[in-house]
Design a protein around this ligand. Structure first.
Ligand code: DON
Length: 318
């Protein structure tokens, strides 16, 4: 299709050729109704299958969007990549790595498996690893720790975030599997004893409300070396940008990560709320939202949109 620079250079986002390209992409995939809305967290089953938004934010601060980019949904597992960054800022690489490995599992996101030698969860993107990562977030109590997380998201997106309380309570009430994993990790000394507070924090981080535009800003900020390209605020210490992005590349799409890296070639993170955030380092961030998920928990339309963008603009890393 051509070179991204010249397509995005006309800043009038509404009429630009790139905006038109995105509209065509939206038209092309909105008719695809494969996949299903997540229902293992009861509140998530309320999502409308037709919701569909695509947003691209460049590292120069331009934003292009089409479809349902104001519709709020819960960030779910996408939070894991960013909370990993905050844990690295709080404790440094060595300590965080001693509690959570960075090895892809090839297993589902809710896999209970821990590394048999070190007892560490495999990576910060599966639920077990994300709970161990949430445990590392500093603060005197649960409220302060949540506040620090919400402030972090604000640095990336440039706006205040709330949590969806019904989704939080729904996960808290039904998340037996996550609770069991947390206790297993407590048994191995991989998480601290404030386990209920940490599980609440984990369920709350998954319940943070975002829209497709926020997802584009999250990845545009990482694409821009950790600085929000619109507000110019630093969201993540420069030292850890590479850590977060590389784990997204190897583990961000769960047991779909290998095929994703092969076909799309962009570090990314998905969530069962229907979001995907994907990074073209140095260039742009993509945010997609469509709650119809495949069997691995990744958004069907979101994957297709990222495949097209990667192919048409040469965004594959290799
Ligand atoms: O803990 C859970 O199961 C959810 N809060 C998050 C899972 C998730 O988003 C997996 N994503 N594909």
């Amino acid at each position: 299709i051509g070179d991204l620079q010249s397509l995005t250079s006309s800043i009038t986002a509404v009429t630009s050729p790139f905006r038109r390209y995105l509209s065509e992409l939206h038209e092309k995939y909105k008719v695809i109704n494969d996949g299903a809305v997540a229902d293992y967290i009861p509140e998530l089953a309320l999502a409308k299958p037709e919701w569909f938004g695509i947003c691209v934010g460049t590292s120069e601060g331009q934003v292009f969007e089409v479809g349902d980019c104001d519709q709020l949904f819960t960030i779910q597992s996408i939070s894991k990549a960013f909370v990993f960054g905050l844990a690295l800022e709080d404790h440094g690489r060595e300590y965080v790595n001693s509690k959570v490995s960075v090895e892809p599992t090839g297993e589902a996101f809710n896999s209970i498996v821990l590394d048999e030698v070190t007892n560490r969860p495999y990576n910060p993107m599966v639920n077990a690893g994300a709970i161990a990562t949430a445990d590392l977030i500093k603060g005197d109590n649960g409220t302060q720790r949540l506040k620090r997380m919400l402030e972090m998201f604000k640095r990336y997106t440039g706006r205040e975030h709330d949590i969806n309380v019904p989704v939080f309570l729904s996960e808290k009430a039904t998340g037996y599997r996550n609770r069991a994993m947390a206790y297993l990790m407590l048994n191995f000394g991989m998480v601290s004893e404030k386990i209920d507070e940490t599980l609440d924090l984990y369920f709350q981080q998954c319940s943070v409300l975002v829209n497709a535009r926020d997802l584009a800003m999250l990845s545009a900020t990482l694409a821009n070396g950790g600085v929000n390209p619109v507000t110019q605020e630093r969201a993540l210490d420069e030292r850890y940008v590479q850590d977060v992005i590389s784990v997204m590349l190897t583990c961000g799409m769960y047991d779909g990560s290998g095929a994703w890296a092969y076909r799309v070639g962009m570090p990314a993170k998905s969530g069962v709320g229907g979001g995907i955030t994907a990074i073209a380092p140095g260039k742009l961030g993509i945010g997609t939202f469509s709650p119809l998920l495949d069997a691995k928990g990744n958004s069907v339309r979101g994957i297709k949109v990222c495949e097209d963008l990667s192919r048409d603009f040469g965004l594959h890393l290799f």
